[in-house]
Structure formats: structure tokens, C-alpha cells
Ligand binder design. Sequence first.
Ligand code: EZ4
Ligand code: CO
Length: 409
Amino acid sequence: MKIVAADVIVSSPDRNFVTLKITTDEGLTGLGDATLNGRELSVASYLRDHVAPLLMGRDAHRIEDTWQFLYRSAYWRRGPVTMAAIAAVDVALWDILAKAAGMPLYQLLGGASRTGIMAYGHASGRDIPELFDSIRRHLDEGFRSIRVQTSVPGINAVYGVAAQPSATGQRYDYEPAQRTPLPAEEDWDTRAYLRHLPTVFEAVRAEFGPELPLLHDGHHRMTPIQAAKLGKALEPYDLFWLEDCTPAENQEALRLVRQHTTTPLAIGEVFNTVWDYQTLIREQLIDYVRSAVTHTGGITAMRKLLDFAAQYQIKSGIHGPTDISPVGMAAALHLDLAIHNFGIQEYMKHTPLANEVFRQSFTFTDGYLHPGDQPGLGVELDEEAAARFPYEPAYLPFNRLKDGTVHDW
Ligand code: EZ4
Ligand code: CO
């Protein structure tokens, strides 16, 4: 079965998505998600200009060989653009292989290791009453695990707070990339955040009781000692995880955090290879791997990364915000269902417009996701609908401290 076409579809139904469609001489097609939030066109070009011509005539069955060929023949290794492009090819080939076999992809990955995939939703509020309403809404929707993000007194705009007005004046609504010609500027004050956040978790625990799994995302904004202090302060509230507490390009920083706190740590949504985790996993400095299937070389590479993590009782927490398209989400769900060391899956619902472009068959019932039993990934792309929503420039915001210094966002 030979590859005869590889088309890149850029579409913006409420937000930008880059999708790769591979077609074989037997008429089978497979989809891969190549979306890199705020840098979409670079991956589209990498695929269109440098990868698609190399795929013509290749045997669609040879997924591992194609992965190694794209990784090693590029010579320049790793990086978000390269690894997102390789991921898109990898996932599209798995989609084709599973369709050829007439099976849902998870069956080819070893079959289901569980009946459903525990998902967490994103609750947020500018103050405690708004946060409580948001948590209740998520519980009503079926979520059984909740990420908690709030505004901080003295800071104008904080990552992850849906109701705060965005740079374009609309609600932020869980989509931090904004359709502005320049990245929006937000502000940050770590000391104010460290003072405020434990009071929020104290209130949430008092209201919702001890059982509900609660998560929080620090979004790379702390130094190691600040992260250690926060982890320690949050221990009484029994978090499921504290995510991205430091910018973990410096893996050794996590040693310091780990020495001071038993709050479980999750890291890695901005990483793209197993090499970014070597120290973190081998020294057991984290508890959950946050990579996206779509940014980390696809199913093939994520499987190897998670198998490595499994030797150290480290579990998956696959990235699943709205900038992962329904194609990328489906890839995550098939892997989640098959692996043994599944932890939790992030899940943010896509907008109705995005669901018009991507027809999905995965389900969400009583807090659990399931990829469904369609052959392949179970997602179809409506190309006519996609063509109605051309690319629109959109950027993630960035932070400045009170004195004007650029800070991690
Ligand atoms: O900010 O995917 O845990 N989830 C996150 C996300 C990221 C976005 C960036 O594109 O941190 O909301
Ligand atoms: Co995150």
C-alpha cells in the first residue's frame, strides 16, 4: 500500500488547526494533527515543502521506518516544529493502518487496558463565587476531576481564567491564543500568587470535600524554591498534581522541588522528545508526563516515552487543550485506553464550529472518555467546511513583571 498524496489543510473554525491528510493507492486516507498554537504556518510549511514530497511512493505500513527516516534524515533534531510534523505523519499512518485492519486504533496498540479514560476539566473564576459556579458547572457536565485556576488580587490578567476579558474584549473562554496582530501583554507577580493560591484551595476543599481530585497549572512561572514553597503550602489540600511548576528545560531544578514537597508533579506539555525527560524520569522527579501526542512525534514516540516512564511508576497525563484538534485528541484517547500506566487525560470541549469541521466519534460519559469503535482514529475531516474558515493570525499572550521585565506566561 503506497502513499500517493499528502495534503496539508489549514483551517480556523474559531481557532487555527493544521491537519495532514495522507492518501494511499488503495484509496484509504489517514489524518494527523499538526497544530502548534501560535506557530501554525511553520509546521504547515515543514510538511508541505519538506515532508510531503519525501512520502510519495513510500509503503504506508512502514510506520517505524518512516518515523526514523523523517527524524534522522532531517539531520537537525528535535524541536517543536519538526516533532509536530513527524507526529502528524505518524498518527495519519496509524489511522490508515487501523482502517486497513478494520479496527479501532487502540486494538492495534494492544487492546483496551480499561473501560474508560478519566478526564479532567478546566474550572476557573475571577473570585471564589465565580470559581465555585464553574466547578459546579463542570461537575454537572460529568467531570469527576477538576483543574482549578483563579485570578490573583493585584494582577490584571492570569493564564487560565476563562471569564476575564481578553485583549479583543471578549471572554477568554479557555482559548488563550487571541486573534490579535501582536501577542497580548499580561502581568505577573509571583509573590502575590504564592500568597493567594493556598487560600483558594482551602476554600475549594471546604466547599467540595476531600474526595474530588483537584489539579493546578503553574505554567512555568516559578523558580525552583518558589515552586517548592507552593508545593509545600498546597499539601494540606491533597492535589492530584501541580503542573509545570518551573520552566523545566532545566531538568535538575526539579531535584530541589522534589526534596521539599510530596505534592505530585506533572511536567512536559512544551517538550517534544523523550530526551527532555531523561533526568526527570530516571531520577523519579515527576509523577506525570504531560506531553501531547501531537507535539512529541506521534503514537510511536509517545508509546516509547510512556513505556520508559512506566518502569518508574510515572503515569500519563496527556495534554488535551483546545489547540489539540479532535484528530490529536482521538490519537491521545486510543493510546490512553491501551497503555498500562494511564494517569488522567486533559479534556476541553471544542466549539460547535470546530466540530463541524472535524466529525468525531469519541464519547464523554460520567467523567470518562472513550475513543469509540470506528476503524482507525474515528475522526473525519469535512474539507468543504474546513475551506470556509481560512487561517487567521493568532498569538499566545506573554507576561511582564511590574518593572517591565518579560516573564514566563
Ligand atoms: O497553555 O495549550 O495545561 N494546559 C495548558 C494549555 C496551554 C496551551 C498553549 O497553547 O497549559 O492551556
Ligand atoms: Co499546562
